[in-house]
Design a binder for this molecule. Structure first.
Ligand code: UDP
Length: 140
């Protein structure tokens, strides 16, 4: 095991319900450290660029509209094997299929409004972190 980083977004369904602190408590409770964090309103171009891998999927337009429907909190998380550690506490994409105790099972509204994003590989984590953060904004 090694200490690595992952990229997280607390999505607009969570900022709207004022539960970003609950999400952060679950992140920190799982042993992950929030080493960078900022709240911002994504532009359409930023959201389309971030989710470009999904541009051919049927839900792309709705997903982008949802992601710009309110502020998000973008984060860098650090810990032992941070990518799989965060994926484990996020739970399945569809909260109906997520395990008890996961962020999505406990907090998410739907398969789209599912409260959090987390990188799916170390390589994508590095790309996604660089999309939103300068190295000087990350303080471990
Ligand atoms: N999504 C959606 N409808 C779907 C599948 C996914 O709206 O049928 C959204 C959902 O917000 C999800 C995001 O698209 O988190 C990215 O999908 P992915 O399959 O990468 O899921 P994740 O890695 O976030 O679990």
């Amino acid at each position: 095991m090694a200490v690595t980083r992952t990229f997280s977004i607390i999505k607009p369904d969570a900022t709207r319900r004022n539960i970003t602190g609950k999400v952060n408590a679950m992140i920190e409770g799982a042993g992950l450290r929030i080493v960078a964090q900022k709240r911002l309103q994504l532009t359409q171009a930023q959201a389309e660029g971030f989710y470009a891998v999904h541009s051919e999927r049927g839900f792309f337009g709705e997903l982008v509209a949802f992601m710009i429907s309110g502020p998000v909190v973008v984060q860098v998380l650090e810990g032992e094997d941070a990518v799989p550690a965060y994926r484990a506490i996020m739970g399945a994409t569809n909260p109906a299929n997520a395990d008890a105790g996961t962020i999505r099972k406990e907090l998410a509204e739907s398969i789209e409004a599912n409260t959090v994003h987390g990188s799916d590989s170390d390589e994508n984590a590095a790309i996604e972190i660089a999309y939103f953060f300068a190295p000087t904004e990350i303080a471990a």
